[in-house]
Structures are given as structure tokens and as C-alpha cells.
Design a protein around this ligand. Structure first.
Ligand SMILES: Cc1ncc(COP(=O)(O)O)c(C=O)c1O
Length: 404
């Protein structure tokens, strides 16, 4: 059967093979530890669940306004005003969608014409290029390196801009690198963007509440009125409030763009689930202590993971400052031979080796635009993390150089 052309440009995920194999091993009773998780391992805080139950009893079972209930749109606007220091954000700038991924899709559909270029700093979250492509845009990758802390520089940004550039996607803190941009770095990027009236910025700030050490969240949208108008902020409750399954994301953009996005949403999904919106309202307006408790726990895990991985000279990494991922470079391990005599050529080979030998699932870097890296998530208990890293350490020590 023929499927539409657009599907041909959606790459098959090479990580699916690893995930499938890991699942098969679990089904066979093997003790697999997965460091490939992209969601907090905590439950949704009980007060949020309670609010959802009450909302259901009170009849939150019907359609709502397509762009979301006004109370939640107002709550998002209030939080963004407070956290970003932007004054004139109102509910009219906000759309509630079925997850941040959905908000991103609405934004690309509203902004891109066929052939428009979208600058994506690499390493990047795997869904960006796919969403851009589905919306008829062309992803333009700009590589960043470990030595640069995976931070896009203004020089690289300027060099990537063409007459067709329409969008820059900035993910801060970043999945998969854990990098966090500081104010100075963001301002320098904004100055380049402001030289080009046609370029907008998608600020995917979904991990903004998960920042560790003495780092502070800053946004490219926070440098005054012109910056705000050029940015579409993407946020949501999935990561900060451990609510991935509720599917609630937000976009904050100037009115004209918000209107276009709301129009698209109204003819695709309509409103996000009414009960989830009520839960998100409680998340934003209720007790914020659970967010801080989860952040603290992630912070402790990050410190521990870095301390343990640092002992392995063959894995090079920078100190991630946000989200819950580490992206070690493993180029020193490529070219080595496994105990069963196989040559490790790529990050995919190394991930397969870890799974088969140590029963640890990690994600190879290539699908994130980070060949010769692997992504580890620390969204699991300290005990499991320690076990997993001990296993990785043993597997690495078992490798030998060719001809030895
Ligand atoms: C960078 C980034 N943006 C957006 C999302 C999507 O979040 P949601 O679950 O709210 O759709 C994710 C989820 O993994 C992500 O890592």
C-alpha cells in the first residue's frame, strides 16, 4: 500500500531496535536496567491527582474551548510573567495543548512554508527534525561540541542563516546534553536573530525547572518587548510536575501566531483532555514544594552519576546543569574489541554491547545528532543508577585494543 510522501522523510529510529531488544530481554527474565528513560520516575504529586478526581466528579468530562480553559491559560500567563520577568503576557498569548510536543507541532505548522529552513543546534531532541519535516520545513543542523559545552555560539548561528531561514529552535536546558545557556550566551544569540526580521525563535523551555548547582534559568524571550515578540515559548507540566501521561503542554507567543496555532489545534485535536487541564491548573497554582523536592533528588543523582562516570577516563563529558541526561563522548572506546571479538565501530555498536553484556540500556547519540556519544538518563533511583554505572564500568574495562 502507498503511504504519503511526507512519511518517507521520517527516519526510522535506530534506537527502536535497542528498546525492542531490551524489552525482549526483560520478558526473558533478565535484569535489565534502563538508562534510556525520558520521563521523571516520580509519581504525579498526590494533590494534583486529588484535584483531577474532584474535577471528574464535578463534570470535567466535556469539550472545553479548543485553546484550553481560561483559568489555566491565565495561570500559565501568570507563571510566565513571574518566572521570565515579562510584563505583558496574558491568557490571549497562551494555548494549552496535548503535551509540549503538540505545542511544537502547532508552532511549526503555523510558521513554516514549504522549503523554509529551521536551524537546529546539534545535539538535538530527536523529534525536532521530524516535526520540522512534517510541517514542510527543512532542518538545518548546526553542530556544537563537548568542548563548547554544546552551546550554540552567535558566530555559528550567523553562518547558518540564509534567505530561507525562518526559525531557530533553542532547547534550554537541553535534551540530550543537559546544557544550560546563561544570560550572556542567550543575549548574544538574540542579537544575531534581531538582525533578521523574518526569523523567529522557538524557546523549548520544558526542562526549565530542572536546573542544578548555582545555575539559574534564563530565557532568550526575557530581553524586552522585541525579544518576546520574536519568541514562541514552549513549556508544560510533563517534566517539572512528573505529569508525562496527562499530556498537557503550553505555548506562549504573540497574539497573531497564537491565533494561527489555536486555529490549527481546533481542527486537529480540539482541546486537550478536560480533566488533564484541571490537573495542570492545580499543578501550577497549588503547592510547589514537590517540584523542588524532585529537583533536589535529580540534583543528588546528577552529582553521583558524574562522580562515578568521571572515574572512566574513556568517557569524556561536561557537567550537565539541567534536565536529567548526561551525554558522554565515547570516541576513545570506538575501535576497541569486545571479549567476544567484535569491533566497536559506532555508538550503536557500543549501546548494543552494553545491553548484551551488562544488561544496561542506553541510547546511542547518532539519532540526536551526536555520533560517538551515548545518552544516559538519571531518572531512576540512586541504587539502580549506581548498579548500572558499575556494570558499564566493568563492560568498559573488559574491552581491549585490536591486536592485543
Ligand atoms: C526537549 C523536549 N521538548 C519537548 C518534549 C515533549 O514533552 P511532552 O511530553 O510535554 O510532549 C520533550 C519530551 O521528551 C523534550 O525532551
Amino acid at each position: 500500500m502507498q503511504v504519503a510522501h511526507r512519511i518517507r522523510f521520517v527516519p526510522n529510529s535506530p534506537t527502536l531496535a535497542i528498546t525492542a531488544r531490551a524489552k525482549q530481554m526483560v520478558a526473558e527474565g533478565k535484569d535489565v536496567i534502563s538508562l534510556s528513560i525520558g520521563e521523571p520516575d516520580f509519581g504525579t504529586p498526590p494533590h494534583i491527582i486529588e484535584a483531577a478526581k474532584k474535577a471528574l466528579d464535578a463534570g470535567a468530562t466535556r469539550y472545553t474551548a479548543a485553546a484550553g480553559i481560561i483559568e489555566l491559560r491565565k495561570a500559565v500567563a501568570n507563571q510566565i510573567r513571574a518566572d521570565y520577568g515579562i510584563d505583558n503576557i496574558t491568557a490571549e498569548h497562551v494555548i494549552i495543548s496535548s503535551g509540549a510536543k503538540h505545542s511544537l507541532y502547532n508552532a511549526m505548522m503555523a510558521l513554516l512554508n514549504p522549503g523554509d529552513e529551521v536551524i537546529i543546534p546539534a545535539p538535538y531532541w530527536v523529534s525536532y527534525p521530524v516535526i520540522v519535516t512534517l510541517a514542510s520545513g527543512i532542518p538545518v543542523f548546526v553542530p556544537t561540541t563537548l568542548e563548547e559545552r554544546f552551546i550554540l555560539t552567535p558566530e555559528k548561528l550567523r553562518a547558518a542563516i540564509t534567505r530561507r531561514t525562518r526559525l531557530l529552535i533553542l532547547n534550554n536546558p537541553s535534551n540530550p546534553t543537559g546544557s544550560v545557556y546563561n544570560k550572556k550566551e542567550l543575549k548574544a544569540l538574540l542579537e544575531v536573530v534581531l538582525d533578521y526580521p523574518n526569523i523567529m525563535v522557538i524557546a523549548d523551555d520544558i526542562y526549565r525547572k530542572l536546573i542544578y548547582g548555582n545555575g539559574k534559568f534564563a530565557s532568550i524571550a526575557s530581553f524586552g518587548e522585541e525579544a518576546r515578540k520574536r519568541c514562541i515559548i514552549i513549556d508544560g507540566v510533563s517534566k517539572a510536575y512528573a505529569m508525562t501521561g496527562w499530556r498537557i503542554g503550553f505555548s506562549i507567543a504573540r497574539r497573531q501566531i497564537t491565533k494561527a496555532m489555536a486555529h490549527i489545534q481546533s481542527h486537529t485535536t480540539s482541546n486537550p483532555a478536560a480533566v488533564s487541564q484541571m490537573a495542570a491548573l492545580e499543578a501550577l497554582t497549588g503547592d510547589q514544594n514537590p517540584v523542588e523536592e524532585m529537583r533536589q533528588e535529580f540534583s543528588n543523582r546528577r552529582n553521583n552519576v558524574i562522580r562515578l562516570l568521571d572515574k572512566l577516563d574513556s568517557m569524556e563529558m561536561h557537567q550537565p546543569r539541567g534536565a536529567f541526561y548526561v551525554l558522554p563522548r565515547i570516541s576513545k572506546l570506538l575501535g576497541k574489541i569486545t571479549p567476544s571479538g567484535e569491533l566497536l565501530r559506532t555508538d550503536m555498536d557500543f549501546a548494543t554491547y552494553l545491553l548484551e553484556r551488562s544488561h544496561v540500556a542506553v541510547v546511542p547519540g547518532t539519532p540526536f545528532g551526536a555520533p560517538s556519544h551515548i545518552r544516559l538518563s538519571y531518572a531512576l533511583s540512586m541504587e539502580k543508577l549506581e548498579q548500572a554505572i558499575n556494570r558499564i564500568t566493568e563492560a568498559v574495562l573488559d574491552l581491549r585494543d585490536p591486536g592485543v
